[in-house]
Design a protein around this ligand. Structure first.
Ligand code: ZN
Ligand code: ZN
Length: 262
């Protein structure tokens, strides 16, 4: 069984909770430690139960409390050597790094396979994560400028798919953002538009897929309804439930696969 909740999503902080049977982990720690503890409490999870943190990349909306949370709850950080350096963790002499290599499977606990999938984004060594436990696949791909073949192939058949649906290109073009920032967001190492997200969802959804969560929505250059509509139109009546993650509150804790009591 995999259980998952997006605790927070957007440019003011990102974190996802994921549990394999009774082993709990976080993906990114982009809120303050206190806020993360609050979000975990809201879904009934004790922060002391977190066994590790999977870090996608070094941008501040993903790492804000990673050092503090990791230390406070003795949860090691799984990330690449380059991201560890760029996130300032080496400088802080952070203990508890478990190095991973982009593109190479790792297993934090037996039976769980995790593929850190390289993604095009303006960070030193950014990855998405594809989790496989028993027959359940869960994918989280956020912070990427465009969808690579590898991302589309790896995400295919996910029971739960968490995909970045960052901006509406029209809203972004009209926004007050400086030209350079617009270029960065729209660029090949920026963020996925609603349309690009919808195309990825369309490619990745199979009859296995139960749930899609659109994540990392821009508060200035997007609206949840536009993001949702774009993906739903693309899916054209296909089955999975599609929802939008929020910056302000966690999604429900979704469960996939069979729960085995031990
Ligand atoms: Zn981000
Ligand atoms: Zn980023």
């Amino acid at each position: 069984m995999i259980a998952c909740s997006v605790l927070a999503s957007g440019s003011r902080g990102n974190s996802t909770y994921i549990r394999f049977q009774d082993h709990s982990f976080l993906i990114d720690c982009g809120l303050s430690c206190r806020a993360l503890e609050g979000r975990l409490a809201a879904i009934g999870v004790d922060p002391a139960s977190i066994e590790g943190i999977f870090l996608t990349h070094e941008h501040s909306d993903h790492i804000q409390s990673v050092h503090t949370f990791s230390r406070r709850f003795s949860a090691p950080i799984y990330t690449t050597e380059a991201t560890y350096q760029a996130a300032g963790l080496a400088e802080k002499k952070h203990v508890g790094l478990i190095p991973i290599v982009s593109g190479k499977l790792f297993s934090p606990i037996s039976g769980v396979d995790i593929f850190p999938c390289p993604v095009p984004h303006d960070a030193v060594d950014p990855v998405g994560f594809i989790f496989q436990y028993e027959d359940v696949r869960v994918s989280q791909v956020t912070d990427l400028g465009y969808v690579t073949e590898l991302v589309a192939c790896e995400a295919k058949g996910s029971r739960l798919l968490l995909v970045e649906s960052n901006h509406d290109p029209q809203m972004l073009k009209m926004s007050q953002y400086p030209w350079e920032l617009k270029q960065r967001i729209m660029g090949r190492r920026g963020h996925l538009s609603n349309q690009a997200a919808a195309e990825l969802v369309k490619r990745a959804v199979t009859e296995q897929t139960e749930q899609v969560i659109l994540t990392h929505l821009s508060e200035e250059n997007n609206l949840p309804d536009i993001a949702l509509m774009t993906t739903l139109q693309k899916l054209n009546g296909q089955v999975p439930v599609v929802t939008v993650a929020s910056q302000r509150e966690p999604t429900p804790l979704f469960t996939f696969g069979v729960t085995v009591s031990r």
